[in-house]
Design a protein around this ligand. Structure first.
Ligand code: SAM
Length: 233
């Protein structure tokens, strides 16, 4: 097993998030070196975030492992990723959900769309993913997802993404919390009133949210989520 993956597993265990063997298997199948610029290949073999293009990074493997395990991604699910970046996480998601599943990944920087598509074309993946240019804080109207993975931190949880979760669906998202960022697990509830008071600091003011439950997972560090329901560019 790749040394960075062993380190990622250890960190995931320490965090209290259960390690899913299927996520580890999918990560083993994707060569991270193919998803970084040529001068960063050495760093891609370590459990570190790696700079890609346009001032963005591809997250550290342990963070990807923790997010995908916390989301309990399973075969056949429909997953939205906000922040395609290098396409590395998209490749892992594509393997995880398999032929019966679907992955849609949104990115707001055009150069990264091209970069991710090139990287993804280097490996054999199920024909189940789509890379879309746009503002991921608005999600994809008219679509519903089992899981949403947001790979950049905004000032609050974008309400449109909550509405696009299926009942019982889970979103993993980092949110700015004062000087820090907190990784949140958001679950859409089938029914019942939302107690906005308890979650106020994670919600956009004067915006209607569906009924959700929020769990704080850990302190994290991500690049900024920029968009209509994120930070200004
Ligand atoms: N998942 C990526 C990977 O595996 O390489 C890493 C993503 S990087 C940590 C975060 C990405 O989110 C950046 O590429 C950034 O351009 C993108 N991003 C920021 N705000 C966004 C938005 N509103 N919509 C879509 N992408 C956004």
């Amino acid at each position: 097993m790749k040394p960075y993956l062993q380190e990622a597993i250890w960190k995931c265990q320490q965090s209290g998030i259960g390690v899913m063997p299927e996520v580890v298997d999918a990560m083993e199948k994707v060569d991270r070196k193919l998803f970084v610029p040529s001068h960063e290949k050495k760093r891609a073999e370590m459990d570190h975030a790696v700079p890609i293009l346009s001032g963005q990074t591809t997250s550290a493997p342990h963070m990807i492992l923790m997010m995908l395990c916390a989301a309990t991604i399973r075969k056949g699910e429909k997953v939205l990723e906000v922040g395609t970046g290098s396409g590395y996480n998209t490749a892992i998601l594509s393997i995880l959900v398999g032929n019966e599943g679907k992955v849609v990944s949104i990115e707001r920087i055009r150069d990264l769309i091209d970069f991710a598509k090139q990287n993804l074309s280097k490996i054999k993946l199920p024909n189940n993913y789509e890379i879309v240019f746009g503002d991921g804080t608005e999600g994809l109207k008219e679509q519903k997802f089992d899981k949403i993975i947001v790979t950049a931190a905004g000032p609050f949880i974008p309400a449109p993404l909550c509405w696009q979760l299926k009942d019982g669906g889970i979103m993993i998202i980092p949110v700015q919390d004062g000087y820090f960022q907190t990784l949140l697990k958001v679950r859409r509830l089938n029914s019942g009133e939302m107690n906005r008071g308890a979650y106020e600091k994670y919600l956009e003011a004067n915006v209607k949210y569906p009924s959700i439950e929020i769990e704080e997972l850990m302190a994290v560090q991500f690049v900024k989520l920029v968009g209509k329901h994120g930070f200004e560019s």
